[in-house]
Design a binder for this molecule. Structure first.
Ligand code: ATP
Length: 641
């Protein structure tokens, strides 16, 4: 497949913020992509070349791209920098400069998706002596053959800064649209060009107005390719490949049929964590293929998340009685995999942190029985002197630390608290009732205080008993308690109502830093005021305010200016005067007095007296607080007044 086919879709995605339109463009590309390119295309659509949990990164900085433009265009660094200042965007800069150059030389050859992808992957593997020159060569090789518009996106691919707004939700739906029949009432046929469109007013292929009336389509199909659906069971038994369209007489059934496909894609994604695997399965093996995606020790699974409740009563209402009540520890999630005697640790963001925690690997090796498993747990820091638990923040630095690891482990020891098992000795256990999984944990974990234990629990129906347990939990330095339904399944990736949390703290927001300002005077080496953003459903980051409070001058006291500067410096995309724009990657937890409506920021909201309370390195930017959440909190505080 030609790279230009992908670039054309990038442009279409850039041209709309509407989710249905984006999903349509993605689904059409996926549908037309030959199987051998499907995995690459699916990753490149997300601006990636590895699945999200893979620790490999392209890791190329803007300066290197600048050098590559210099090599491929023959223009001086100064000329390129001038253009960069004008556009503020290195991708656009490459496009403009190559445009000028191409007019002179008329040179252009067809770049393939695989060529671009292979060069990007090579960039990620080169290290050591001479690697800089080799990397520049790999990028400039692509730019030399690129059409101007291709150059724009090659640069963005290289910098892993695509910004076309492809969220997991759109990609999931697009896979369902591409590889499964369209369903009546969800899709509508364009009278002019005969393409199926989602519920929009104008055809995205020919611009004709579309009448979106339920079942207006009935007369239009090749009978053989239409499944006239009476019940959802019929769909589950049908040979879906045979059909182009599913016709339902009832709108609810139509929605159910559509959800059946979308949920199959989502279910496979929650387990595989890689849309490229999911798209291939859907195309080649259909629904059965998606359902066959299983757990594999070594490949991380999305963790199950909890809903918050306001009191103990609501806790029981949600999970039922009796329930399993556990300490909610203030640490960080660790998903532990064992296979062929190798142990791997993943964070909640599915980052591989095995190297950072040799102490934990050691405990797992010696204190958990079994040949293969996937275990869910919380790593909690404690003081080596007093042995008391410490808040997450005090050990968070261990997660990213790449050097001096042994000393760090001594200085900031971690106790592993196991609370779930989802795969054991070859058996997938996500459908096994929770209480049985808990019993297995108690059998396979050999507890050793301040090394590895299973989470303290209580099985009860008694609210008073829970209150006592809750107080005891807080006294021990924990965050609160969890309620868990005894016979619940484990749902990868879902925020579920059968595992709920109860804790005393107010609603804080997890926001992404998208910009900052260099400080003044003695703070001039530090970034000081940080622009914060939440995320909308299309993965756009929307600004909501600035924070400068709560950040310490000295690292010993908590999150410091120098720590934030160190984290953000490699992410700087552009600078103007004292202001910098950074790649949205760093998430911080923000406390505030109130959320207000505001015209100043793109989210439409602003925070009154924001204060930084935590750096959340375990969260990805996509996992930050959503605009919906901000709206909910805003409404919630109005009701409290
Ligand atoms: P929070 O800020 O409250 O931790 P969150 O969005 O990070 O919220 P939630 O799913 O809401 O995560 O809360 C569950 C988290 O609590 C888990 O990800 C896990 O890290 C932690 N945790 C601590 N103790 C337990 C426990 N006993 N069972 C399950 N999760 C626990």
């Amino acid at each position: 497949m030609k790279y230009i086919n992908l670039v054309e879709v990038y442009q279409k995605l850039d041209s709309t913020t509407k989710r249905l339109e984006k999903t349509y463009f993605i689904s059409e590309l996926l549908r037309k992509t030959p199987v051998e390119d499907l995995s690459r295309i699916t990753l490149l659509l997300q601006g990636k070349i590895f699945p999200p949990w893979d620790e490999r990164k392209i890791g190329v900085a803007s300066r290197m791209v600048l050098k590559a433009i210099n090599v491929s265009s023959g223009l001086s660094v100064k000329e390129i920098e001038d253009e960069w200042k004008k556009t503020g965007d290195l991708g656009k800069t490459a496009e403009n400069l190559i445009q000028k150059k191409k007019q002179a030389t008329l040179f252009s050859s067809d770049l393939s998706v695989s060529k671009v992808f292979d060069n990007l992957r090579k960039l990620a593997t080169l290290e050591g002596l001479g690697s800089v020159d080799q990397k520049v060569k790999l990028i400039s090789e692509l730019l030399t053959s690129a059409k101007p518009i291709e150059a724009r996106y090659i640069v963005r691919n290289v910098l892993e800064d695509l910004r076309v707004g492809v969220g997991a939700g759109s990609l999931r739906d697009a896979i369902a649209w591409a590889f499964f029949p369209k369903v009546s009432g969800i899709f509508f046929k364009c009278d002019k060009c005969n393409n199926y469109m989602p519920n929009i007013t104008k055809c995205l292929e020919c611009n004709e107005a579309i009448e979106n009336k339920f079942n207006k389509e009935i007369e239009k199909f090749d009978e053989k390719k239409v499944l006239k659906l009476k019940s959802i069971d019929e769909l589950k038994k049908a040979d879906i490949k045979k059909y182009d369209f599913i016709l339902c007489n009832d709108e609810n059934l139509a929605r159910e049929a559509y959800n059946y496909f979308v949920n199959a894609v989502q279910g496979a994604y929650d387990v595989a964590n890689d849309f490229s695997v999911v798209a291939e399965k859907a195309k080649v093996e259909g629904i059965k293929g998606l359902m066959s995606v299983g757990l594999e020790p070594g490949r991380p699974v999305k963790v199950m998340l909890a809903i918050k409740v306001k009191d103990i009563k609501e806790g029981f209402e949600r999970v039922g009685k009796p329930a399993d009540i556990e300490y909610k520890l203030d640490g960080f999630r660790l998903q532990i995999h064992k296979k062929d005697n190798e142990i791997k640790l993943f964070t909640r963001r599915l980052e591989n942190v095995t190297k950072q925690f040799p102490d934990v690997v050691d405990y797992v090796k010696h204190n958990i029985k079994g040949d293969s498993f996937i275990i869910d747990s919380e790593g909690v820091g404690f003081s080596p002197k007093t042995k008391k638990y410490l808040p997450f923040q005090s050990i968070s630095q261990r997660i990213k630390r790449k050097y001096d690891i042994e000393n760090m482990a001594k200085e900031f020891p971690v106790e592993l608290n196991v609370f779930d098992v989802i795969y054991y000795n070859g058996k997938n256990m996500i459908k096994t009732p929770f209480i049985e999984r808990r019993n297995i944990i108690e059998k396979i974990v050999k507890p050793a205080e301040r090394k590895i234990v299973y989470v303290k629990n209580l099985i009860t129906s008694d609210e008073k008993e829970v209150l006592k347990f809750y107080k005891e939990s807080l006294k021990r330095g924990n965050e609160g308690i969890m309620f868990k339904t005894l016979d619940a399944v484990y749902k990868p990736g879902a925020r579920v109502g059968h595992m709920v949390k109860f804790k005393p703290i107010m609603d804080t927001l997890d926001l992404v830093i998208v910009g900052a300002e260099w400080g003044e005077g003695k703070r001039s080496d530090w970034l000081s005021s940080f622009t914060l953003a939440c995320i909308d459903e299309n993965n756009n980051f929307l600004e909501i305010g600035k924070v400068g409070t709560g950040i310490k001058e000295k690292s010993e006291l908590g999150v410091s200016f120098s720590q934030l500067t160190e984290e953000l410096k490699p992410l700087i995309i552009s600078e103007k005067g004292k202001s910098v724009i950074v790649k949205p990657e760093i998430v911080v937890e923000i406390n505030y007095e109130e959320i207000q409506k505001s015209q100043t920021y793109s989210s439409g909201y602003a925070l009154r007296f924001p204060r930084l309370i935590n750096l959340r390195l375990e969260r990805s930017a996509e996992e930050c607080s959503t605009l919906n959440m901000v709206e909910e909190f805003y409404e919630g505080q109005r009701h409290r007044k």
